[in-house]
Design a protein around this ligand. Structure first.
Ligand SMILES: Nc1ncnc2c1ncn2[C@@H]1O[C@H](COP(=O)(O)OP(=O)(O)OP(=O)(O)O)[C@@H](O)[C@H]1O
Ligand SMILES: [Mg+2]
Length: 217
């Protein structure tokens, strides 16, 4: 399965969610690779810091948009899961990621600012649909805080505005996410059980969606 983690807004958690999902998939026994499309190479740096004794998550960098589809296709021959860590640049790459993915995950923080910047992304999404009719997409609420009721309102607002569902599993704001990123780990391998639980729940929900969409057995 090829999963694109994308949003044209920077700093919404694309790399964090990519790396943490990759670790969960690897622990579940899936052969997993991350394609880092960002010129900042966040996932490649993460890979550099990762202990070789941990379950293997491969990371390859593809900065040339013309090469993305081919690279993802080739990697998919050898890996069960290919995660594409998206770039916030308003480049051709953003559209290529949409087209190269079986399923899109769009991290968004419950802030009015993230919400307002979705229009450009959805322009690309609609353009891509001219080449492929159905491109299943789901929002992931990141840096959520259950204490703040206003966030629940934003979640409902997102669904009604963009006609794309929000996954039930939400990712809270937790220092564990920042800490594991420099260690080359995922929260699955770290000492914060709440972070681990929410990431496992997100991984399972994605696998259920993939089954429903017949993207996996
Ligand atoms: N749930 C979270 N809780 C706490 N910190 C988080 C969370 N998600 C992301 N962060 C932090 O927010 C910052 C931005 O996250 P990240 O790099 O994953 O975003 P991005 O969308 O990949 O950014 P870019 O567009 O620059 O590639 C990082 O410092 C990361 O550690
Ligand atoms: Mg990133």
């Amino acid at each position: 399965m090829k999963i694109g983690i994308t949003n044209l807004k920077g700093g919404v958690g694309k790399s964090t969610i990519t790396q943490n999902l990759a670790v969960c998939f690897a622990h579940l026994g899936f052969k997993t690779v991350i394609v880092d499309t960002d010129t900042n190479q966040n996932s490649l740096s993460w890979f550099g810091a990762r202990d070789k004794d941990l379950p293997n998550v491969n990371v390859v960098g593809v900065s040339e948009s013309e090469a993305l589809n081919k690279s993802v296709h080739n990697l998919h021959q050898d890996y069960d899961i290919v995660l594409i860590d998206g770039t916030p640049n308003l480049s051709k790459m953003a559209t290529r990621i949409i087209l190269a993915s079986d399923i899109l995950l769009i991290p968004i923080r419950p802030s009015a600012q993230d919400f307002r910047t979705m229009d450009e992304f959805f322009k690309r999404y609609e353009d891509a649909k001219e080449f492929r009719n159905t491109i299943p997409a789901f929002f992931i609420l990141n840096e959520f805080s259950e204490q703040k009721r206003v966030h629940e309102g934003i979640s409902k607002q997102i669904e009604s505005s963009f006609d794309v569902p929000v996954l039930n599993s939400k990712i809270n704001s937790r220092v564990a996410y920042t800490e594991v990123s420099v260690l080359g780990q995922g929260v699955f391998e770290y000492s914060d059980p709440k972070a681990k639980n929410e990431m496992v729940s997100l991984t399972k929900e994605i696998l259920e969606k993939a089954k429903e969409l017949k993207l996996m057995e």
